[in-house]
Ligand binder design. Sequence first.
Ligand code: ASP
Ligand code: MG
Length: 450
Amino acid sequence: MKFGGTSVGSIEALERVANIVVGTEGNKVVVTSAMSGITNFLVACCEDLVNLREETLEVFEKKHVCVAKAMLDEKQLAEFMKEFTPRMEAFKALLYDEKAAKSPYYQDNVTSQGERFSSLLLSHKLRAMGYKSVALTSEDCGIVAEGKPLNGNANLRMTETQMGINVMPYINRGYIPIITGFYGVTKDDWIPLTFGRGGSDYAAAVVANAMNADMLEIWTDVDGFMSADPRVVPNAVKIDEMSYAEAAELAYFGAKVLHPRTIEPVRKKHIPLKVRNSFKPQEDGTLISRFREYRNELLRSVATKTDLSIISISSPEIAYRPDIVSKILNKISENDDAIYSISTSLSTVAFLIHNNDVKNTLIKLNELDNDDVEKIDVTSDVALICCVGDELMSETGASGDIFGAVKAAGANINMISEGASNVAINFVVSNGDALPVIKILHRKFVEGES
Ligand code: ASP
Ligand code: MG
């Protein structure tokens, strides 16, 4: 079970969450985010460490101790402080450690601190309610991560071995482990490496994989996956069931329900995933699994990702020289930035990347041979529209209907990337056209208004 920042963000929320945990049958492992607002605060602290560290420590201590005092009686509070104080001292030492500050993983270490304290609060809340619980950090568990700072990936195999040794014994003895989300530890030095902002969802999927869970429940503050962002489309409806592929497309391309990489670790072991609202525990949420009933809906959900750029590289010989495509790809991937879409034609290769990554990508592309590249065009401030539906690609005329509606919204399509997966059609319009397009697609194909 994973609980996000707002689910552990206040005394009332923690109480609600504790009741959800103990009300769920079976062996449980809980993964938690930092209390809402805390990680933002830590990011700000990293940016101006010398001026902000005193204030950070003060606010940090106040916030967590104040919640603990409200939830726990005197004896329970003393137990809490026994664990809280050393963690707080380690945090303080970290903020004053000039040697550590030079490490490329320093920001990972500082921003991982929030989870260490929210997990402690939830664990002591459960203990106060009479349950056996233990708060474990990613270091304690051995959640092993690799990759670049602020963008780690879990090593699933090593994590499974480690958690079998470090966590399983607690479960066998009837404890509910409360584990820090958001980060793992590097395999050589065991230092914190975060999974990117919002990475606690992914951490929970990694834990579910490692523990061979029967189910992963992600408890958040929305009802589940929706047919569109309800802030944009008020008539959006909740989707009861989705396949892994559908959820992965939507999470990646804009629905802000799950961290985009959450699906992979559970899909690998066919572990079903439920997205549920911790403020409405009586409701069912969205179930994501291998099996989903065929519903014959052309469009199930439409999402958008804005502030992207198309980089279009022309080279007269691409069609005859596939090695040029691979050279270009290798260059771009040196930066490790996300590529949202690729399309090629006889003489161009077009990539979709985030606006912020354009500068560095162009620097890389300039290293290419002049003979291979004729010119490079950049179109910025575009949005990717992601349409997920039942066999969108095999349904005759489905894409025609969708593009017809886009035309009716007065929008121009800059790039199409269909066919890569048979559950989605993705295309690119200008940032400004994204909302009208989303609205018309939803009205026509989800609400079914002709
Ligand atoms: N606390 C981290 C963040 O705010 C991780 C998470 O909440 O998923 O990014
Ligand atoms: Mg989150």
